[in-house]
Design a protein around this ligand. Sequence first.
Ligand code: 5AD
Ligand code: SF4
Length: 474
Amino acid sequence: MEKAKPRVVPAAELEKQREFAALLCEVLPERFDGAPRAFVRTFGCQGNEADSERIRGQLELCGFSFSKSPEEADFVLYNTCAVRGHAEDRALGNIGRLKQLRENREAMRIGICGCMVQQESVAQKLREQYPFIDLVFGTHAVHRLPELLYRLYTNEKRVYAVANSPGLLAEGLPLRRESGFKAWLPIMYGCDNFCTYCVVPLVRGRERSRAPEAVLAEARAILDSGAKEITLLGQNVNSYRAESADGSPWDFPRLLQALDALEGDYWLRFMTSHPKDCSPALLKTMANGRHIARHLHLPLQSGDDRVLREMHRGYTAAQYLSLAEQARALMPALSMTSDIIVGFPGETEEEFRKTLRLVERVEYTSLFTFIYSPREGTQAARMDDPVSHAEKVRRFQELTALQEKIAARRSAELLEQTLRVLCEGAGKRLAFAGRSESGKVIEFDAAAPRIGQFVRVKVTAAKNWLLDGAAVDD
Ligand code: 5AD
Ligand code: SF4
């Protein structure tokens, strides 16, 4: 389907923001006797992590340095999530704890941004009940951070930027990555699917894809910096549609092929892939890829057709299963993971059992399981929901127990095998921890420090989902 070209933040606007940043570089050191320190904490998904990297980049441009805790910071910013009530409660609890810090430190300022504040009712609540919060901005105002900070530090008043918007594309923002060897790479923003339970389309705006040239240039820069893993991000990467400068159309498989052709030793991952648009072309691209990890995160949400229809998912359980079978036929070692919601309004016991049966058939490596959480403004929040919370908790526990058994069985199959692992840091039980191509965490001993490198690890123990191993090539 053709999509209208996304609206891009004009170059003049970005230039204006750079001017605000330059002004802040003059104003702030005088006030703080040197560079003020910022602390940015991220709640929610990898999309939010990626936003925080652009937020930190802009803070750096404005003359901030960074602290390791809110206690040591002059400016604390929480980038929040709205996907479930629990995510909001956690953020609000953490925000509440900042009040005391702010009271004890005259110069301290507090900001809240992200998906949660993009909801009108939450922005209103923060305005009325959280007077100690100085700056509030939504997902659509990230590129305007220098201007918002300038207003905050020169006018001393609370600054709010939470206007609704279909969303823009802001290219060329400065960026400060958290990891030197793993990089998030957003390829598209927003979501047009309007699953009936989901707040994301309401807080992140309409789907818009970055130009292939911009994605490829960023990927090249990431690899040149020595990174070993790139994860492409989008609410629905399969909806990626863009045009290159020569007018030629790009979809997700084409983008993935072009990225896979880049030279280097690295893994390419992507998330999230919506089953309704997961095409044979994508599976073929994965199977033929040189760098594409054989791991597919394909959210099922429910294994029952009535529930899937009510969720507005656009596929049936049989179609999902057939997709999973096609994928495994092409890539026998494919690792699949999924998201599942338990207790969608009106879900019956029999409908829940269908989810269990599908989970058993697909044999996921791991599952992200959630109890349905009503979100203001969504269709599902207005549906009748006769099932008690206690019953939903019981179903949730049954599902997680089943998945644990499956994960233990799958882990046991890995015993004695040698896996390629990207070493991510120190382990809790053994010297190092890393992830295999399938996304499984494994701890291992090795003679030399290997953080940020690929290591061949022989699996020596497999208990439940925990894997232990030893490096074999040193
Ligand atoms: N309640 C529970 N889980 C939800 N998710 C999204 N919205 C809700 C909600 N209202 C889950 C879905 C999605 C994942 C990111 O979060 O499973 O795939
Ligand atoms: Fe990510 Fe959705 Fe949470 Fe926003 S609401 S941070 S898009 S999971």
